[in-house]
Design a protein. Structure first.
Ligand code: G3I
Length: 362
């Protein structure tokens, strides 16, 4: 465990100055950034806001239209995850129609700014287009559709993707395969191995991941992933990593066993990653978190970061958006919010400084 002590000390300064205010002395220097503070070999990422819930808002597309947002995105992060722009409904809107423009723009931006890209996602039960979920296909057709999608999408970005979330959220909380996943339901769980094989053929350099939420503590879901990972590796399937999304809520304890979970997969020889970290909280009347809430939130963020820092093969640490302005949280959890590390105007919260100082000390 590296860095925790420094983070706590700096946090105290921040809280004294008042929630959200820029502290007089932030460790790592006033103009330090997350990416500069990070130890060699650890990518610091964010979701790149666009699509999904943003389509229902009055503001224009955040990634393409918000220039201050783009500046912070370029300055602070060394990895970018398209929030929605590589999902099936976005990139594959018709059976014979692909729409690559928005994802291409993110990949281009990332290259221009020295950022890795985490591809998200190739096999998922959610955000699939109606032509797929409501269509009538034979098993052979469905298999061909998935193969074509993976070969086309992963192939287009061949050599430009650091890590692909090949299989996303394939188990439910009991560790059973999710039957909402059309491919698993219709073709059986063996399709997961095929998805990895196709993705590897399409982009041999990308690290291929299993990715899920609710795997921050040991339990049935983690057991299911470990069993699957062992099986895939034994069968020679190109699986390279296991990731915890880490969507956290302050209604539950901080993820103090996440390190143990990640270590189980590290022990199998896999990379590990945190891919979608955010920490939501119940907002007081008026909607502004208290300094105490912000301090607690910062410890949740650093608990997740410390877990990654403590595990050798954890090479990517991504937060699911960096400003509350564009967070998905209030749209899914109306009573909760303030889940990211920056306010709407990009001022930094205690959690930001806690992450930066923990990185600098690592
Ligand atoms: O389903 C409706 C559709 O009928 C309608 O036409 C469309 C138009 O606005 O909205 C559709 O639902 C939206 C959906 O994206 C699909 O575009 C939801 O309202 C919207 O809330 C949803 O948001 C995205 C969400 O994934 C969907 O699951 C968020 O932007 C995105 O941040 C979030 O990201 C996921 C990761 O990919 C996987 N892990 C969990 C994470 C948070 O949910």
């Amino acid at each position: 465990m590296k860095g925790n002590r420094v983070a706590v000390a700096v946090l105290a300064v921040v809280v004294l100055v008042g929630g959200g205010a820029v502290p007089a002395q932030a460790g790592g220097g006033r103009d330090g950034t997350l990416r500069k503070a990070a130890p060699h070999g650890l990518r610091i990422g964010t979701a790149v806001a666009g699509g999904g819930h943003h389509l229902e808002q009055e503001y224009p597309d955040p990634f393409t239209a918000d220039r201050p947002y783009r500046r912070v995105l370029a300055r602070e992060f060394s990895s970018a995850s398209p929030e929605n722009q590589m999902k099936w409904e976005f990139i594959h809107p018709g059976r014979y129609e692909y729409r690559f423009g928005p994802a291409d723009a993110i990949v281009r931006f990332a290259r221009e700014n020295g950022q890795a890209v985490r591809g998200h996602t190739l096999l998922w039960h959610s955000q699939n287009p109606a032509w797929l979920t409501e269509g009538t296909f034979s098993k052979a057709e469905l298999r061909a559709i998935l193969k074509d999608h993976i070969m086309t999408v992963a192939g287009r970005y061949r050599g430009k993707i650091h890590q692909w979330d090949v299989a996303n959220e394939i188990f439910d909380d009991t560790g059973a395969y999710r039957q909402e996943n059309i491919f698993i339901r219709e073709l059986g769980p063996g399709i997961v191995a095929d998805a990895f094989r196709w993705a590897h053929r399409a982009d041999p350099h990308a690290q291929l991941f299993l990715n899920d939420y609710g795997v921050d503590w040991p339990g049935a879901k983690v057991d299911a992933y470990e069993a699957l990972a062992r099986q895939l590796l034994a069968d020679g399937v190109p699986l390279h990593g296991f990731a915890s999304q880490a969507h956290l809520s302050m209604r539950y304890p901080a993820p103090d066993q996440l390190r143990t979970v990640l270590q189980r997969f590290d022990d199998l020889g896999l990379h590990t990653a945190i891919t979608e970290l955010d920490v939501r909280m119940d907002l007081p009347e008026g909607g502004v978190p208290t300094p105490e809430q912000l301090a607690t939130q910062a410890t949740y963020y650093t608990t997740a970061l410390d877990a990654c820092l403590a595990v050798d093969g954890c090479n990517s640490f991504t937060i699911w958006g960096f400003t509350d302005k564009y967070s998905w949280v209030p749209h899914f959890f109306p009573a909760e919010g303030a889940a990211t590390v920056m306010w709407d105007d990009f001022r930094r919260k205690p959690a930001y400084y806690a992450l930066r100082d923990t990185l600098a000390a690592a």
